[in-house]
Design a protein around this ligand. Structure first.
Ligand code: AMP
Ligand code: MG
Length: 487
């Protein structure tokens, strides 16, 4: 203390370096690029509090330096993580964090990861950087997903670096500070497996079990149990996505987590008019990652995961393959059951007789698909209909209401619960045209629209007076929405 004044400097939290220490084969110690003039664009105070991090501290110079990777907290060994992956079906043996670093593990065991922190040895042709717009996009979508109850990586902050990133035009650069229960991917296992070091795969599997699926350790065959645990988590996750019309857009095996969290929001977008063939990504010309293909693609990705585990299951490789194949064959039934449960809840029929609810679910989905109705509005207006007013539903469907009346009367007889429906059918999702509008404004220096949209979509089930615009689909004359990868 000098002259009665305390100039207390914030000290970053002590981080763990467990992954860096345990897996030198799967990581490269690395330093973030220097940010010339870091300034805060978005800070998730709620998440900061949950992590025991002081928001004012994060806003301080020391905090910003930590969030761009220029101040390494005590205990941390920042690394770029190695992974492989099947991208659009083709195997790339060496992907890895080309523009990101795992800073370390937070006191609760979760990863603190920085995206856009400069080139690493995995950067290949990339510049290692990220622009403010795409990092705010990941922030917004991941926080909306969390609010919608979907397992996901979280976003702690977006810090503009003060550096320029060259895309089609010069853009302000940024780093996203991401929090995840881990960054273990199917691609991490593929990288370990293709090294030929079976002991490394075993250590990685043990690490994954300890971190995400601890009950698997007590199973007769822990590695088979790890596989089935990941499969269950992913079946549930994809059912969550499908129930809200979410299209990930780039479901490569390196973007498929072992924890069952959604990760890497690049070209993702939400479906509006129901169409199973919906694709938004400019590079997905074949529609591999279309809305309706997501469950099948996840099963394919899980097959790639299973292949990495074969040597761990026992000496008899044929028996190992048979066991994993039998487990994998359960995926469609698991996914269908999870999706059916969610759709039943969306129709307010969670309780009651399956023989009554089953056909109602089937027919509702067929109707939705035939009418090409806006996915989110359809279920929300049904919610209003369950409360007694089917006017908004009829307005939504207009001249596409053929067959609605008979379905509605059967459904009403089954006694749908409007309260339950209101808890699972969102009013607000991050609609593509609003996201683009908000990101354009933020990139141009006006954070207002982003903040407003974020506030709306992180309370997706609450009626918010004055925010009707945020519940409406894109205007019919809007150009088709297109998303881009690697932005
Ligand atoms: P993603 O499609 O974002 O999941 O990324 C696929 C791969 O490309 C990962 O290995 C990324 O690290 C890498 N990557 C994407 N953008 C860049 C970039 N600007 N610089 C370096 N690597 C990148
Ligand atoms: Mg990725």
């Amino acid at each position: 203390m000098v002259g009665g004044m305390t100039t207390q400097q914030w000290t970053p939290p002590r981080l763990g370096s467990r992954y860096a220490d345990e897996f030198p084969e799967l990581s490269v110690p690395w330093e973030a690029a220097r940010a010339d003039e870091p300034h805060l664009v978005a800070l998730n105070e709620e998440l900061a509090a949950e992590l025991g991090l002081d928001a004012d501290g994060l806003r301080s110079t020391e905090g910003l330096l930590m969030l761009v990777g220029n101040r390494v907290p005590e205990g941390a060994t920042p690394v770029a993580q190695a992974y492989a992956g099947h991208q659009f079906g083709g195997f790339s043996p060496r992907l890895g964090d080309g523009r990101a670093l795992l800073l370390g593990e937070l006191p609760d065991g979760r990863d603190l990861h920085l995206k856009g922190s400069g080139r690493t040895p995995f950067a290949r042709g990339g510049d290692g950087l990220a622009a403010v717009g795409p990092m705010l996009r990941e922030y917004l979508i991941s926080e909306a997903m969390h609010a919608l109850g979907v397992p996901t990586t979280r976003s702690l902050a977006v810090v503009a670096t003060g550096n320029t990133v060259l895309r089609e035009s010069p853009l302000p650069g940024a780093v996203l500070a991401r929090v995840a229960s881990s960054h273990l991917r199917v691609g991490t296992f593929q990288f370990a497996r293709s090294s030929g070091d079976v002991d490394l795969v075993r250590r990685l599997a043990d690490h994954a079990i300890a971190r995400h699926h601890p009950h698997a350790a007590d199973a007769e065959n822990p590695y088979l149990a790890l596989f089935t645990a990941v499969q269950s988590a992913q079946a549930s996750l994809i059912a969550d996505w499908m129930a809200i019309g979410f299209i990930h857009g780039v479901m490569n095996t390196d973007n498929t987590t072992i924890s069952g969290e959604s990760i890497d929001y690049g070209p993702c977008a939400f479906m509006e008019s129901f169409d199973a063939a919906t694709v938004f990504s400019s590079i997905d010309a074949q529609g591999r990652y279309a809305y309706g293909n997501q469950p099948g693609i996840m099963q394919w990705n899980l097959a790639r995961f299973a292949e990495t585990l074969v040597p761990l299951l026992g000496d008899d490789q044929d028996a190992a393959v048979a066991q994993l194949t039998a487990a994998l064959d359960e995926f469609p039934a698991q996914y269908n059951a999870a999706f059916h449960t969610r759709t039943r809840a969306k129709l307010g029929l969670a309780g009651g007789d399956d023989e009554v609810a089953g056909p109602l679910v089937e027919d509702a989905l067929a109707f939705l698909s035939g009418a090409r109705a806006d996915h989110t509005s359809f279920f929300r207006q049904l919610t209003t209909a369950a409360g007694g007013d089917d006017g908004p539903l009829r307005d939504l469907l207009a001249d596409r209401a053929d067959g609605l009346d008979s379905w509605l009367s059967r459904w009403r007889e089954a006694g749908p619960s409007a309260e339950e429906m209101a808890r699972v059918n969102p009013i607000y999702i991050p609609r593509n045209h609003l996201v683009e509008e908000a990101l354009d404004a933020a990139t141009a220096g006006d954070p207002g629209p982003f903040e407003e949209l974020l506030a709306v979509v992180t309370r997706p089930y609450d009626e918010q007076p004055g925010k009707e615009r945020f519940a409406a689909p894109a205007p019919p004359d809007a150009a088709p929405h297109v998303t881009y990868c690697g932005t």
